[in-house]
Design a protein around this ligand. Structure first.
Ligand code: RP5
Length: 163
């Protein structure tokens, strides 16, 4: 039986996927079921609103939304869903992703978007895992093990440099 998705990974265009797939990879590592789709705020606004409005009722627990340029997707989704929304600024050819970052991060009070770094899709996936782990002891334990592994890797790098 396929598990119902707990996280929605959406993006403004399939051209965002090379950046956004790192979020899917992180969720895969923690065996979190997710769905992936293109839901453009500007090119398909009605579908975008419908996606946001239905997400909670369909059982999603968080949405990861990536977009580039005039990146309104994460904020607009956050305005129509009670779920936590994690925004990923996707860098485009010009402006080094600053346009995407500022479009996503400067939300008005009352409509939060948890914004990760430019192209920070892996952290978006890991943040979604942490959100789920707050209500799942087994998942929290996996996150603790993951963090211990990060510590070991960093420690080993220092050991090699000192040798
Ligand atoms: C944004 O426009 C998308 O999120 C994408 O980053 C950017 C360019 O889209 P395409 O022209 O490549 O489809 O809405």
């Amino acid at each position: 039986m396929t598990q119902s998705p707990l996280v929605g990974i959406v993006m403004g265009s399939d051209s965002d996927w090379p950046v956004m797939e790192a979020a899917a990879q992180a969720l895969d590592e923690f065996e979190i079921p997710y769905e992936v789709d293109v839901v453009s705020a500007h090119r398909m606004p009605r579908e975008m609103v419908a996606y946001g409005e239905r997400a909670h009722g369909r059982g999603l627990k968080a949405i990861i939304a990536g977009a580039g340029g005039a990146a309104h997707l994460p904020g607009m989704l956050a305005s129509v869903t009670p779920l936590p929304v994690i925004g990923v600024p996707v860098p485009l050819r010009y402006l080094d992703g600053m346009d995407s970052l500022l479009s996503i991060v400067q939300m008005p009070a009352g409509v939060p978007v948890a914004t990760v770094s430019v192209a920070g899709a892996r952290n978006a996936g890991l943040l979604a895992v942490r959100m789920l782990a707050a209500f799942d002891a087994e998942l929290a334990e996996k996150m603790v093990e993951f963090q211990a592994e990060l510590n070991s890797q960093a420690t080993e790098k220092g050991r090699k440099l000192r040798a």
